[in-house]
Design a protein around this ligand. Structure first.
Ligand code: ADP
Ligand code: MG
Length: 292
C-alpha cells in the first residue's frame, strides 16, 4: 500500500488541434473530432457530457493511447504520446493510464472469475505490488462476495463494477472511464463514484469520465460539453463557459438557444475589455423604443 502513494500522483493531459477520422466500410470518412484543444491539469477531475456521436468516446480512446489521432498532438505529462512508437505506447498503457471502455463487457474476460480478471489486469500492468489487494478492491466496488463468480453469470451492474476494479489494479496516474455508471442502480452508482473520487483523493489520480447522467457530472468540479466533434461548452463551479471556435463562433447555452432561434439578431455591446453584453435586439424594436 505504501509504495502506491509514492509511485502515483496525477498525469496532466493536453491536446492541440486534435482531429480524428474513421473510415467506414463504404470508404467514406466520418469526422469524429474536428480540432479539439483541451488542457487538464495533473490531478484534475473532469466529466465529459454531450449528445451521442459528439466524439466523447473517441477523445477518451485517443488519450488512452488505444487509437492514434488522424492529426494533432496529445501530451500526457511531458510526453507526446501522439508521436510514440507502438512499444512506447504499450508501456504507457500498461503502467500509467487506464481506460475503461464504454460497455463493461469489453473490459473483461467472460469465462474467468472476478478474482482471475483482477489477476489478469495486474499481470498486464507489469508491477503487481504497487496497488490495492484483490480483497480491498472487491470490497471497494461492493463485490466482496463475488470473488469466485464467473463474469458471464454476473449482472450488468456487477460487471461494470468489476471492470472499474480491474482498471485501477495498476494504480494509474490517469483514469479514463467511458460511462462507468450507465448500468448501475442509484446506490451502486454512488459506490462507484466513491471509488472513483477515492482514487483522486488518495493518489491524486487525474480522472476523466464520460457520462450522460447530470447527477454524476455534478460530482466533478469541471465539466466539458462536446458537440459535433468539438468542445461546445465548459462549466466550472456552477458557471457556464463557451469556447470560442474557428472564426470566432460561439455556441449559446441550450436553454438560451431554444428561446433565441437561428436567425435571431443579437446585439453586442462591449462593456469593457473582458466583458460583452449580448441582448436580443432587432432593429424594429429599437426604433419603436426610440420613437415612443
Ligand atoms: P460519443 O461517444 O460521443 O457517442 P463517438 O466518439 O463514439 O461519440 O463517435 C463520434 C463519431 O464517430 C460518431 O459519428 C460515430 O458514429 C463515429 N464513429 C465512432 N466509432 C466509429 C467507427 N469505429 N467507425 C466509424 N465511425 C465511427
Ligand atoms: Mg460513447
Amino acid at each position: 500500500m505504501q509504495h502506491v502513494a509514492e509511485r502515483t500522483g496525477g498525469l496532466s493531459v493536453r491536446c492541440q488541434g486534435l482531429v480524428h477520422l474513421y473510415k467506414t466500410f463504404e470508404g467514406h470518412d466520418v469526422v469524429a473530432l474536428q480540432g479539439v484543444d483541451l488542457s487538464v491539469a495533473a490531478g484534475e477531475r473532469v466529466a465529459f457530457l454531450g449528445p451521442s456521436g459528439s466524439g466523447k468516446s473517441t477523445l477518451l480512446t485517443l488519450f488512452g493511447g488505444i487509437q492514434r489521432p488522424s492529426a494533432g498532438k496529445i501530451f500526457l505529462g511531458e510526453e507526446e504520446i501522439s508521436r510514440m512508437s507502438e512499444r512506447q505506447l504499450t508501456r504507457v498503457r500498461a503502467s500509467r493510464v487506464s481506460t475503461m471502455l464504454q460497455g463493461a463487457t469489453r473490459n473483461l474476460l467472460h469465462y474467468a472469475t472476478a478474482r482471475q480478471n483482477l489477476r489478469f489486469s495486474r499481470a498486464a500492468s507489469g508491477d503487481p505490488d504497487r496497488t490495492l489487494g484483490d480483497a480491498e478492491l472487491l470490497r471497494r466496488v461492493g463485490l466482496e462476495k463475488n470473488g469466485d463468480q464467473v463474469v458471464s453469470s454476473m449482472s450488468g451492474g456487477e460487471r461494470q463494477r468489476l471492470a472499474l476494479a480491474c482498471s485501477v489494479t495498476s494504480a494509474p496516474q490517469l483514469l479514463l472511464a467511458d460511462e462507468p455508471t450507465s448500468q448501475l442502480s442509484h446506490e451502486d452508482r454512488d459506490h462507484m463514484l466513491e471509488l472513483i473520487h477515492g482514487l483522486g483523493n488518495d493518489f491524486g489520480t487525474t480522472i476523466l469520465v464520460v457520462t450522460h447522467q447530470p447527477e454524476v457530472a455534478g460530482t466533478f468540479p469541471r465539466t466539458v460539453i462536446m458537440r459535433g466533434g468539438r468542445i461546445g461548452m465548459e462549466g466550472r463551479a456552477g458557471a457556464e463557459y463557451v469556447v470560442v471556435g474557428a472564426e470566432g463562433v460561439v455556441h449559446l447555452p441550450a436553454h438560451i438557444a431554444r428561446d433565441w432561434p437561428q436567425g435571431t439578431l443579437v446585439r453586442i455591446e462591449p462593456e469593457h475589455d473582458d466583458r460583452l453584453l449580448l441582448s436580443r435586439g432587432d432593429d424594429d424594436e429599437d426604433e419603436a423604443g426610440e420613437t415612443a
